[in-house]
Structures are given as structure tokens and as C-alpha cells.
Ligand binder design. Structure first.
Ligand code: AMP
Length: 179
């Protein structure tokens, strides 16, 4: 890590609209200011919505690591401005949203302030955060435990699936369909 920069782990989710496009644009928006540099981006995973109203579309989730000179509070503001840019819908708690960006960790910083709790208070039980994070940082730990071990124990682990991309466009499978 470069001096003056702190590594942060960000989790992104979307379950409304053009979910994959939103995630791609959000990654670019998050690292657009010079104060935030991209370190790594996880694959996209597809997950059932946890809690909230029934019948919601599946989420696409991913994790990215950045290094930043922004303070934790300024990084939260920045993440929220990117959420707002994507017209996040927040009428229902845990309801569908165009874009959700959470700060999972900010260096070793800890905080129990409800405005910004770090590490993120629910990350240790969310496979949709832990599993993609483990793919880019296999040795990372949270609360003293390997994140891959936490992921395997998380209640939503069995609901994770690789994002199937655009292989089934208009019902026509493209993979292996060449005759
Ligand atoms: P949510 O609707 O679940 O995205 O929660 C958003 C609220 O959580 C915001 O008001 C934030 O101030 C607060 N919050 C607390 N800790 C965090 C965190 N680590 N990352 C993002 N938002 C947080």
C-alpha cells in the first residue's frame, strides 16, 4: 500500500434494473476520484434477497478493494453519492435497490457509530460479501477468522450461484450452441 493510503473493502449489490451494468458503472464511479484507487474486483455472484419483501429479484453482489486517502466518513459520503447517482430506491428497508454500497472494512479502523459501523456489523454472516471477498483476498480475516470459513458457515452460502452472465439471451443458449 502507498503511504497515506488506507485499504478499504467495499461490497456492492444490485437487484433492480440493469443490475450488471449498474455494478460496472459503480466500480468506475467509486474509483473515479484521485483519492480512491482500485486494487481488486471480485467476480459477480448471484444471490437470493435476504429478508425484506418476498418475490424480489435476485441480487448481483460483488466486492472490491481500494486504497484511499479519504477519511472513513468521507469514503461513506462518496459511496452514498455513487448510490444516489444510480437512483437508489430506498422506500422499503431491505427492499429492492438499484445499488447498495457498504464499507466492510477500512484498514484496522473500528467504530460502533451507527452512522458508520466498522467493520460492517453484518458482514461476518453474509456469504454474499464473504465469498466474493475471499476470491480476491483468500488470506483475509474478519473478527479473527478466515473469511472463507465464515462464508462456508453463513446461512445464505447455499443460495450463492455464479452470475450466469448473458449466456441465455432471449432464451437462446449461446454457450455450446454453435452448429
Ligand atoms: P443500508 O440501507 O443497509 O445500506 O444502510 C445504510 C445506512 O447504514 C446508512 O445510513 C449508513 O450511515 C449506515 N451504515 C453504518 N455502517 C455502515 C457501513 N459500514 N457501510 C455503509 N453504511 C453504513
Amino acid at each position: 500500500m502507498t503511504t497515506g493510503y488506507t485499504k478499504a473493502v467495499l461490497a456492492l449489490g444490485s437487484n433492480l434494473g440493469e443490475r450488471n451494468d449498474t455494478l460496472s458503472e459503480a466500480v468506475a464511479d467509486l474509483v473515479d476520484p484521485p483519492e480512491v484507487r482500485l486494487l481488486a474486483v471480485s467476480p459477480v455472484v448471484q444471490t437470493k434477497a435476504v429478508g425484506g419483501p418476498a418475490g424480489q429479484p435476485d441480487f448481483l453482489n460483488m466486492v472490491m478493494t481500494v486504497e484511499t486517502t479519504l477519511s472513513p466518513a468521507k469514503l461513506l459520503q462518496h459511496c452514498q453519492s455513487v448510490e444516489n447517482k444510480h437512483h437508489r430506491v430506498r422506500e422499503v428497508r431491505w427492499g429492492p435497490r438499484t445499488l447498495d454500497v457498504d464499507i466492510i472494512t477500512y484498514g484496522d479502523f473500528t467504530s460502533d457509530d451507527p452512522v458508520l459501523t466498522l467493520p460492517h456489523p453484518r458482514a461476518a454472516e453474509r456469504a454474499f460479501v464473504l465469498y466474493p471477498w475471499s476470491l480476491i483476498e483468500p488470506a483475509a480475516t474478519l473478527n479473527g477468522e478466515r473469511i472463507s470459513a465464515l462464508a462456508a458457515r453463513a446461512p445464505d452460502f447455499d443460495d450463492l450461484a455464479p452470475f450466469d452472465g448473458f449466456g441465455d439471451f432471449d432464451g437462446v443458449p449461446t454457450a455450446g450452441a454453435v452448429e
